[in-house]
Write a protein that binds this ligand. Structure first.
Ligand code: SER
Length: 312
């Protein structure tokens, strides 16, 4: 029997590709895309779509019951940079949407949840390099606070109510299909678009700001793998560290120059620099490797080749 799945936030950077991937696996009609706005044509035409506000508990429940949804992927969220502009809205969206799906699972109306966390759960007092799974977490952005709080609630619902919720701390995600929105790591996507259009880029992060990053292909595979893993192998029920690669704007620019020799970059750090400075520069992910056999496949060189090829 194919699984009935709802993706909330299906039109975003991750949601779009995740929905298409899930439709390939489970069949188009079994994967319902939900978002507050319509998405690209491919997504809209390939299967069921519902306009929904992730904060609207009744709407989320009605859609789950109507389609007999078993699994929910909750991808709707306000990211770090936008969250700093609208702290109140970010908190409400990120928390209310999570409680809506956690409560549905607690009441036995759905069976399984995927909810992404982020490297933003870490803060200025966290060890910066090879940041371990369990460490100091004092996030300084609203987005980070909401993700850290969300992690605590996921673990709580798992322990107290047996809710099968699974989570990954995504690094900055690099992809070409759908643009990201409002994140601090977005520069690593903007740079490719600008390189191909103008042969130059003004980075809003400084030259030597190293951040953990991952290619979308790896992130999607990690998401599907953790959801497929037997429940007893998913031992961390807050959220797993996940490592792909780590690089600075200068290193990324140098790699792009290998393909576009005239490409130039300059640096004009803005308010997002402070956010980036509070995050780790690299992540240690032994727990994910051991528990559900995670391993990344893309390094910076490979990502640059793929991004330029697809965006050309
Ligand atoms: N990519 C996100 C951001 O920059 C981090 O999870 O906000």
């Amino acid at each position: 029997m194919p699984t009935k799945i709802l993706v909330i936030g299906a039109c975003g950077q991750i949601g779009t590709e995740l929905t298409m991937r899930l439709r390939e696996i489970h069949g188009n009609d079994h994967v319902i895309a939900g978002d507050i706005r319509e998405g690209n044509e491919m997504l809209m035409k390939s299967g069921p779509f519902e306009i929904m506000d992730a904060m609207d508990a009744d709407k989320v429940e009605n859609i789950c019951l109507h389609y007999e949804v078993e699994e929910v992927y909750l991808m709707a969220a306000m990211l770090s940079a936008t969250g700093e502009k609208f702290p109140d809205k970010a908190w409400k969206l990120n928390m209310n949407s999570l409680f809506n799906v956690l409560d549905l699972a607690k009441e036995g109306k759905i069976n399984k949840i995927f909810w992404p966390s982020s490297i933003a759960v870490f803060g200025p007092t966290t060890p910066k390099t090879n940041t371990p799974q369990h460490t100091i977490m004092e996030p300084s952005t609203v987005y980070g606070i909401s993700k850290q709080t969300g992690e605590r609630w996921c673990e709580y619902y798992h322990e107290k109510y047996g809710v099968d919720v699974r989570s990954i701390r995504y690094p900055g995600l690099i992809s070409w299909q759908t643009l990201p929105g409002g994140g601090t790591t977005d520069y690593a996507i903007d740079i490719f678009h600008q390189a191909l259009e103008n042969n130059s880029y003004t980075s809003f992060l400084s030259e030597n700001t190293a951040l953990p990053m991952m290619y979308m292909e790896d992130a999607l595979r990690a998401t599907l793998e953790i959801m497929d893993a037997p429940a007893d192998q998913v031992k961390v029920r807050s959220s797993y560290n996940l490592s792909g690669m780590s690089f600075t704007p200068a290193e990324l620019a140098n790699q792009i120059k290998k393909h576009l020799p005239d490409f130039s970059i300059n640096y004009e750090p803005d308010s997002r620099q402070q956010i980036a400075d509070s995050w780790p520069s690299s992540i240690e992910d032994t727990a994910a490797r051991e528990d559900w056999k995670w391993t990344a496949r893309y390094d910076l060189e490979k990502v640059v080749v793929e991004m330029l090829e697809h965006l050309k």
